[in-house]
Design a protein around this ligand. Structure first.
Ligand code: COA
Ligand code: MG
Length: 293
């Protein structure tokens, strides 16, 4: 299996598989990805009918620019195993596993995909939303270094973390931030993308934009969303800013000058710039190009 090319995941919208009106909206949305949800957005009485809709949802797929992911129920639940098989048949871009506690949870899902001949392009995303996941996050993230594991992305499940730990929620997320930063370090160690948790108050656009700005500053690649009104602000917050693009371009240009060939460190506008800044600048410019595409 080959490593996947990087693609923007600034705005990732949950769409309940049981909500036909929301499903009908998918092709008109400007988000980078949608997660068709079979888990918490679907009531137990609707679980089977929601699963049965998957094939139809993917049959009508036209917009390849927007990744399509399926969130299944936990493999430990009565629905998880059949959800995984049904999702695999649709060849989504990824299957999002909730309630992941250990590396084994990823490996077992990957084995099912392999046994059922799911193409290599079907990746796994994992919710980081349980206390056990936070204790095991290093070994879970390391699976990202092995393409055979299919793991490419972590999604912070902040509502579940709050529920399972009893922390108080505050606008600045002060009790969550240490765990979110733990996810950032783990995701980078494993070469994974990382999405922030949802912002529940979809009528508070200022609060949402502030949380996106903070998450981008913390190193997240994007945010998971619950409402179409949140897409635009997320796309803006997680794209490189014009100032950052200009600065990266200047660094690249400076190192390209004949007089700077082979240098490890140069001065640019009174600041020290090293090769690591060049690498950082090139990464940012690649991200900006991916967003433009
Ligand atoms: N995806 C696609 N379309 C959505 C949507 C979503 N997640 N949420 C709302 N819409 C659509 C609505 O269907 C409505 O469409 P219309 O203009 O054709 O009537 C429009 O956007 C405006 O919706 P609004 O009336 O503001 O919200 P609502 O009361 O219909 O729904 C929620 C509010 C929270 C129930 C809904 O946004 C939702 O279910 N979000 C996802 C929840 C989820 O997946 N949770 C699990 C992960 S945390
Ligand atoms: Mg959850």
């Amino acid at each position: 299996m080959t490593a996947e090319p990087s693609r923007p995941r600034r705005s990732v919208l949950y769409v309940p598989a049981s909500n036909d009106k929301a499903l009908a909206k998918i092709r008109s949305l400007a988000c980078d990805a949608v997660v068709i949800d079979l888990e918490d957005a679907v009531a137990p009485a609707d679980k089977l009918s929601a699963r049965e809709k998957l094939a139809g949802i993917f049959a009508g797929r036209s917009n390849r620019r927007c990744e399509m992911v399926v969130r299944i129920n936990a493999l430990s639940s009565e629905w998880g195993a059949d959800d995984l098989l049904a999702a695999a048949k649709c060849a989504p871009d990824a299957i999002l596993l909730p309630k992941v506690d250990t590396p084994r949870d990823i490996l077992e899902a990957g084995d099912v995909l392999d046994d059922n001949f799911a193409p290599d392009e079907v990746k796994l995303w994992a919710m980081m939303e349980t206390p056990k996941a936070l204790l095991n996050i290093g070994p879970i993230a390391e699976l990202g270094r092995d393409p055979a594991s299919r793991l490419v992305c972590f999604v912070a499940g902040t509502n579940d973390l709050v529920k399972d730990t009893g922390i108080l929620t505050t606008p600045d997320r002060r009790y969550l931030v240490p765990w979110l930063m733990q996810m950032v370090v783990a995701a980078r160690a494993g070469g994974l993308d990382l999405l922030d948790g949802v912002f529940n108050d979809f009528s508070d656009m200022d609060g949402f934009a502030r949380e996106c700005t903070e998450a981008a500053a913390m190193g997240f690649d994007g945010k998971s969303l619950i409402h179409p009104a949140q897409i635009e602000a997320a796309n803006r917050a997680f794209a490189p800013s014009p100032e950052a693009i200009a600065e990266a371009g200047a660094i690249k240009d400076a190192f390209a000058l004949a007089e700077n060939t082979g240098k490890a460190v140069i001065a640019l506008n009174g600041k020290m710039v090293e090769q690591l800044h060049l690498a950082q600048a090139e990464k940012l410019l690649a991200k900006a190009a991916a967003v433009r595409a």
